[in-house]
Design a protein around this ligand. Structure first.
Ligand SMILES: Nc1ncnc2c1ncn2[C@@H]1O[C@H](COP(=O)(O)OP(=O)(O)OP(=O)(O)O)[C@@H](O)[C@H]1O
Length: 225
């Protein structure tokens, strides 16, 4: 049982970004992912979440290949992004935003209310905030709602891509505390961050993604070699 990325190779416009990278995430574990800016952390995250097809390599979830595109199984591997304003519709009130995965799954409206209230409570959002639009709450509050929405999809694995980078220490601590409790209950968490102090305190292990060296094209020698 794990989310495994094996020998992942990705290039953008013929420029190699990841070259045979492997990473494993087990249920109940929190793995921190660090590395210099531009090394490909977000790219690896998107591949592991099934949002991007690699040029080579495979991602499996509990032994089953993770599909990308239309075949992608929504929810099983979910991402939480850095900017909640970019990942949340400005026209969707927080309650509706949190309930979105249930609305898509066809959960009756009457059942959603109770579930939203429970998740809001879990992430530390008071119910009066659920009727507000994203522009009417703080970034920390909106990121808590985005976390609640991610959890509403019932993921086995959650990939947090710099999810606390824009937040104040209190919101960061609150989000980390929720994710710790969820990990203790079995959620596998991949936490990408430049904050090594935070990851040292939060993650069970921290993995460094090394730089590729001279710019290379897939299948070819180093450019200019
Ligand atoms: N859609 C894209 N098209 C072309 N190049 C891209 C695309 N997305 C990312 N890149 C490039 O691929 C490389 C890896 O980007 P990525 O965002 O995965 O790195 P990162 O390690 O997450 O960086 P950071 O720590 O700054 O967020 C960078 O050089 C980036 O400019």
């Amino acid at each position: 049982m794990s989310l495994n990325a094996t020998a992942i190779t990705v290039s953008y416009d013929g420029r190699l970004v990841l070259d045979g990278v492997s990473l494993s995430l087990a249920p109940g574990r929190t793995v921190g992912l660090v590395g210099p800016s531009g090394v490909g952390k977000s790219t690896l995250a998107r591949v592991m979440a099934g949002l991007l097809s690699p040029l080579a390599g495979q991602v499996t979830r509990d032994g089953v290949p993770v599909e990308t595109g239309r075949g992608r199984m929504a929810g099983a591997v979910t991402m939480l992004f850095q900017s909640p304003h970019r990942s949340c519709s400005p026209r969707q009130r927080l309650g509706a935003l949190i309930a979105e995965p249930w609305a898509i799954a066809g959960v009756p409206r009457s059942d959603r209310h109770e579930r939203v209230t429970a998740l809001a409570h879990e992430v530390g959002l008071t119910t009066d905030l659920l009727g507000r639009l994203p522009a009417q709450v703080s970034d920390g509050q909106l990121q808590r709602a985005a976390l609640a929405r991610a959890l509403a999809s019932g993921p086995d694995y959650l990939i947090c891509d710099e999810a606390t980078a824009m937040l104040d220490p209190i919101s960061t601590a609150a989000i980390v505390a929720v994710l710790r409790r969820r990990a203790a209950a079995g959620l596998g968490v991949l936490a990408i961050s430049h904050d090594t102090e935070l990851l040292d305190a939060w993650a069970d292990e921290v993995v460094a993604l090394p730089a590729l060296g001279p710019e290379r094209t897939p299948g070819g020698p180093a450019a200019g070699a």
